[in-house]
Design a protein around this ligand. Structure first.
Ligand SMILES: C[S@@+](CC[C@H](N)C(=O)[O-])C[C@H]1O[C@@H](n2cnc3c(N)ncnc32)[C@H](O)[C@@H]1O
Length: 229
């Protein structure tokens, strides 16, 4: 993995596949906040199940290892009508994460105002999970927003995660330990996390997006890490 780092070492970005988070110490992360690529191309339940399972098991294994016992996992995921039916992606992801030992604690909805046409058949969820046995009190928190579609960084290939969501998450989650975004994109979570004076770790597979984030957060290329190094 290629590492980009801020001068003081508090912001770190790894360029690589976040199924493997070997440079991150077990139990060291306070909050995971991320928006994985949405299920956009697939159709039908089998494809939707595959997406949910890959997220919860393929990526989730490492999330479980690196997150502190009382840490929070926040996922922003989308649900959509695939031409036949609404697939209920929030329930599929929650089901697979539940089998992997996570418990859903808060459920947020984000409806876009001034949405673009291609978003009209979509709902955005913000789901908060804890490891089993680490319930959030008070339980059953529901969150809701009506937000304009956020403006992305001009060089980003993706829509940005909305800033009010990131702020809510940081203000209501565990305050100790770095914030991890395993699908960092153009680094919106990193930028806002830094404004709170907190440490951030991002992982981004796409070299172009990693360079955009590095530039945006003023990170410098450090060294190349080999697995197990
Ligand atoms: C929806 S975008 C995130 C946008 C980000 N929240 C922002 O505000 O800019 C998802 C990102 O995940 C990255 N990605 C996809 N698969 C990945 C993987 N296996 N490991 C790391 N990053 C991955 C994509 O390249 C993309 O930049």
């Amino acid at each position: 993995m290629t590492l980009y780092e801020s001068r003081d070492g508090r912001l770190r970005l790894f360029r690589g596949d976040s199924r493997h988070l070997h440079p991150i110490v077990s139990g060291s992360v306070g909050v995971i906040l991320t928006s994985p690529p949405y299920w956009v191309r697939g159709r039908g339940r089998r494809s939707a199940e595959r997406y949910a399972r890959d997220l919860a098991v393929g990526f989730g294994r490492e999330w479980k290892r690196v997150l502190a016992p009382d840490g929070d996992l926040w996922l922003m995921i989308g649900d959509r009508h695939d031409g036949v039916e609404w697939v209920g992606m929030d329930a599929l992801v929650t089901g697979w994460l539940r089998r992997a030992g996570w418990r859903l604690q808060s459920r947020g909805f984000w409806l876009q105002t001034r949405s673009r046409e291609r978003w009209d058949s979509r709902v955005n969820y913000l789901l908060r999970f804890r490891k089993a046995g680490q319930a959030v009190r008070p339980r059953g928190t529901t969150l809701g927003w009506m937000l304009p579609l956020p403006r992305s960084h001009p060089e980003s290939l993706w829509d940005a995660i909305p800033e009010p969501l990131v702020r809510t998450v940081l203000e209501t989650s565990k305050k100790r330990g770095p914030v991890l975004d395993p699908f960092a994109g153009s680094g919106t979570v990193g930028r806002i996390t830094a404004s709170y004076g907190r440490d951030w770790i991002g992982v981004e597979r796409d070299p172009l997006m990693a360079r955009v984030t590095a530039r945006r957060l003023r990170l410098r290329l450090r060294r190349v890490l080999r697995p197990g190094a």
